[in-house]
Design a protein around this ligand. Structure first.
Ligand SMILES: [Zn+2]
Length: 295
């Protein structure tokens, strides 16, 4: 069960219709609990195409499939849903929304004005298409990966405890890393999307249990990695910093170093040092001219 929303939104006192402060924005929200029962929160997520390598039509097609993935597959497991809307070409990103920005590579993040948070201090995700294309990975699985991780840990701060024979480890709540290879993704329409870990993957008490631990049911244990997968963890006993662990047989390359603006890079930077974007913003998400492709 996801834990960050009650804490971030209202210190656990969330009820229907109350307001909460995230970033600089006071949000009215539907409430995580109504009459004592958890309810889904639907987050406003604006998709911004700042890339020269994918067309707006490609982004619209991917977004339609990802809306299905978030609502049909992800939300029942993680108790958080999203309303995905694409910003019109050249248009300003909306206020009152989280942003996911598609760009060619990480060098462009600062140049385009997209830093660590939206202009209002809300969560901001980035996808770098050039590196995915060079490595032969579908950019749509990367977009899926970033959106799903953003929804479950938007401020890149959550961890899970994993006791081992070598000490106690903290595992980062990154729910697509362990299964991130395209071969474990799946099609929605003609769009390839990422497999994702379920909350059970982060629960050491489920070791030896039946699972499932990921949506496509490839993984057999908590904290286990599929070929091509990886995880960020810290050995608390050893006092080392964040370490990248990979599936057996994998070799690290320079390309595996975290890109500036990636989730792995930002996890190593203290939140007070995160920078807000300085792009010009438009109307509120609810009233802005946005495109909502749907299957
Ligand atoms: Zn990830």
């Amino acid at each position: 069960m996801i834990v960050f929303l009650p804490v971030l939104l209202s210190n656990g006192k969330q009820t229907s219709g109350t307001a909460a402060l995230i970033g600089d924005v006071s949000w009215g929200c539907q409430g995580m609990y109504q009459e004592g029962k958890p309810t889904l929160l639907t987050l406003p997520l604006a998709v911004i195409n700042a890339s020269t390598l994918v067309s707006q039509d490609e982004v619209l097609a991917a977004t339609a499939a990802l809306q299905v993935q978030v609502h049909r597959d992800f939300a029942p497991a993680w108790q958080v849903d999203a309303d995905l809307a694409v910003v019109v070409p050249g248009g300003p990103p909306p206020t009152g929304a989280w942003w996911i920005v598609i760009m060619d590579n990480s060098d462009l993040g600062a140049a385009l004005g997209y830093h660590d948070l939206t202009s209002q201090g809300l969560p901001l995700g980035k996808v770098f298409v050039e590196s995915s294309k060079k490595s032969g990975q579908a950019w749509t699985t990367l977009l899926s990966h970033e959106i799903l991780e953003m929804l479950s840990d938007p401020f890149i701060c959550l961890t899970a405890l994993a006791p081992t024979a070598f000490g106690t480890y903290l595992y980062a709540y990154e729910n697509c890393d362990a299964c991130q290879s395209d071969q474990f993704g799946y099609l929605i329409g003609d769009q390839l999307v990422s497999d994702f870990c379920l909350p059970a993957w982060f629960d050491a008490n489920r070791a030896g249990g039946a699972g499932p631990f990921d949506f496509k049911q490839h993984i057999k244990q908590p904290f286990a990695l599929l070929p091509g997968g990886y995880a960020m963890c810290r050995n608390l006993s050893a006092g080392t910093g964040w370490t990248l662990v990979t599936a057996p047989g994998a070799t690290l390359t320079y390309r595996d170093r975290p890109r500036v603006g990636s989730r792995r890079e930002r996890r190593k930077i203290a939140y007070p040092n995160w920078l807000k974007s300085n792009v010009t913003v438009g109307s509120d998400f609810a009233s802005a001219q946005l495109m909502r492709p749907r299957l």
